[in-house]
Design a protein. Structure first.
Length: 317
């Protein structure tokens, strides 16, 4: 027996059909305008991954006309390093019946530039459960990502020289602690001699310039697998990750001393100030903590200062 209430609903719908048809038509027109005029990039993608519909916002974001995008596969405008992650999201969304997914990914503009996009995608299925298409919205978050990357960089780098900072140096030493050492690691603690005199006599701008020049010298003499960072002030730390013995580390330190001696001297009146370094070296043993090895190199550096500066002193733990 047919439910009387359901039958009445059918009759009401039939009687109101002309009005509803007009309403649906207006809704479709409104949705079309929303798609075309939205400031958010939008697209419809086929099950094969081809763009079926794209709105002007997406065309502007990718700097490509709709005629070029239609028929292209989404992989063609996705950064190669993000394609696999996108595919995994697609498979996981369908396998878990979540209806879609969201991810941060890189898109490629026509000129090869990168656009970071916050992608939200949903799939639409037919009655048999087969995916008919994917509908996506993409928000350009390139500026936000750039700010985040800059903040992350500043957290691990010295702003003046661009070198790794103290936190990054110790993180590098910590990673060596966690795994077995395959070769010896040498640590060079470096201090610019009489740097306070430079600042007092020539000003902080000149002091900053000296720090930058010294940092460049240290980098130029660094072996391929080495690391140089700024501890702060006029102190630097050099890590030689594959150092056969103390003599090899001393040789690197001596080259750095010689290069700094060749830097142009500073003059004020009749006074000439030449830049020099004091370098303390220690060879790290298995199990030595970052604090221990840095403290030993620091002690060796102070010994270099006490015995005349402009020299290298090596110390074994």
């Amino acid at each position: 027996m047919v439910n009387p209430d359901a039958l009445q609903l059918l009759r009401d719908a039939e009687a109101d059909w002309p009005g509803r048809a007009e309403e649906w038509a207006r809704s479709e027109e409104w949705l079309g305008l929303l798609f075309e005029r939205s400031a958010t990039a939008m697209c419809v993608v086929s099950p094969k991954g081809e763009f079926m519909l794209v709105n002007p916002a997406l065309c502007r974001m990718l700097d490509r006309p709709a005629s070029e995008l239609i028929g292209m596969r989404w992989q063609e405008v996705t950064h190669p390093d993000d394609v696999q992650a996108d595919l995994e999201h697609v498979e996981r969304a369908f396998a878990t019946d979540t209806g879609g997914f969201r991810m941060l990914k890189r898109f490629i503009r026509a000129d090869g530039g990168i656009v970071w996009g916050d992608l939200a995608t949903s799939y639409i299925c037919d009655d048999a459960g087969t995916i008919r298409n994917w509908v996506s919205q993409i928000i350009d978050v390139s500026e936000r990502v750039a700010v985040q990357e800059e903040l992350a960089w500043q957290a691990t780098h010295d702003v003046l020289t661009g070198l790794p900072n103290r936190a990054a140096i110790f993180a590098h030493l910590d990673r060596r602690t966690e795994g077995p050492a395959t070769s010896a690691q040498a640590v060079l603690f470096i201090d610019v001699d009489n740097f306070k005199t430079v600042n007092d006599a020539f000003g902080h701008a000149t002091g900053d310039r000296i720090i930058v020049e010294v940092s460049r010298v240290l980098q130029s003499e660094l072996p391929p697998d080495g690391l140089v960072g700024r501890m702060g002030g006029d102190e630097f730390l050099v890590i030689l990750n594959s150092c056969p013995d103390t003599a090899a580390a001393v040789e690197v330190g001596q080259r750095m001393l010689a290069r700094v001696r060749d830097m142009s001297p500073l003059t004020t009146g009749e006074h000439v100030h030449r830049i020099s370094l004091s370098i303390g070296i220690t060879l790290r043993r298995d199990g030595d903590s970052p604090d221990e090895v840095v403290a030993q190199a620091d002690a060796a550096m102070y010994e270099a200062k006490q015995t005349g500066r402009d020299r290298v002193v090596a110390r074994l733990i």
